[in-house]
Design a protein around this ligand. Structure first.
Ligand SMILES: Cc1ncc(COP(=O)(O)O)c(C=O)c1O
Length: 316
């Protein structure tokens, strides 16, 4: 038994040694610029093409629908700002999100509100879940975008994304989901679920930090945030982070192949962790109940009458 076990996988995950190995090629001999036409450039381009197919495969997308970004935060920003950027007057319109999104969404919403977009923040129930009826009631004729996270980063509850996306689409609004916490852990097939955009981040699935991706359904048009050489379909100009992209691809492929076994293993560990904590910390319980729909990788506990933060600090 090691002295210390790292539990904070919602903040970040350790890099898988197989991912680190895959990254040695672009970090070493495959140093070409993917935009160069010579063989060094083409080698780097091939590595990116392969990784794009691997990330697309994780969610049943086509490679052309994946745009690499510098993070999950940037993917979220691109989704929201890309819809509303350059809109003015009547085209500004309305968006809907939930009250429990990551700051990458809420802060972007605040910025949009300061620039004339109207935003509705849907409440959640005691398990942290959005009620689809609340979404149906909040939709307006000028609602252009709905953005609801797939799994919450603090309590881990899963949102009924398929139903929420269907309601938004029936209304003619675009649907984005921040799947940074669920990608690679909970299956999502964009062939079955009518989402228009999905944000992902490699470092949450044993890949490197500083690389994310936005799935953009074919036919959905966004405005770029970064202008320049036209990389990433013109939506995210900049010389690509080839090593990061290759690492993301390798991590996505591993997550896709291990997802079912890993989910079973994590749920068993989650029960064991709670039982062990309850032995040393009486009064500790799981919240929301494990019965509520939640991702396998996130456990949360609460202590009656006390804050959990001192417990985390105490455990170091
Ligand atoms: C739900 C969610 N969205 C977005 C992000 C931001 O991702 P990144 O750290 O890649 O910027 C995080 C990171 O914690 C997250 O949990």
């Amino acid at each position: 038994m090691p002295d210390r076990i790292y539990f904070d996988h919602s903040a970040t995950t350790p890099i898988d040694p197989r991912v680190a190995f895959a990254m040695t090629l672009p970090n070493g001999e495959c140093y070409g610029n993917p935009s160069s036409l010579h063989s060094e450039g083409r080698q780097a381009r091939d590595l990116i093409n392969r990784a794009r197919a691997q990330v697309a495969g994780l969610i049943g997308a086509t490679p052309a629908e994946i745009v690499f970004t510098a993070s999950g935060t940037e993917a979220d920003n691109l989704a929201l700002l890309g819809v509303f950027r350059f809109a003015n007057g009547d085209r500004l319109g309305h968006m809907i999100t939930s009250s429990i999104e990551h700051p990458a969404i809420t802060e972007t919403c605040r910025f949009l509100e300061q620039n004339g977009v109207q935003a509705t923040y849907l409440p959640v129930d005691e398990h942290g879940v959005v009620d689809p009826d609340d979404l149906a009631k909040a939709l307006r004729p000028d609602t252009r975008l709905v953005s609801i996270m797939a799994a919450n980063n603090v309590v881990g509850t899963l949102q009924p994304i398929a139903e929420l996306a269907r309601i938004a689409k029936e209304h003619g609004a675009l649907f984005h989901t921040d799947a940074v916490q669920s990608a690679g852990k909970v299956p999502l097939d964009v062939g079955q679920v009518p989402v228009d955009m999905v944000s992902m981040s490699a470092h949450k699935l044993h890949g490197p930090k500083g690389i994310g991706a936005l799935y953009i359904r074919s036919g959905v048009h966004l405005q770029p945030l970064v202008f320049g050489g036209g990389q990433e379909h013109g939506l995210r100009s900049a010389t690509e982070n080839v090593a990061g992209i290759v690492g993301f691809g390798a991590a996505a492929q591993l997550a896709a192949s291990d997802m079912t076994d890993e989910a079973v293993r994590l749920v068993q560990l989650r029960y064991r962790l709670l039982a062990g904590l309850q032995e040393v910390l009486p009064g500790l319980s799981d919240w929301p109940s494990f019965q509520a729909a939640s991702g396998p990788s996130l456990s949360r506990v609460c202590r009656s009458g006390g804050r959990i933060d001192p417990v985390v600090v105490e455990f170091g």
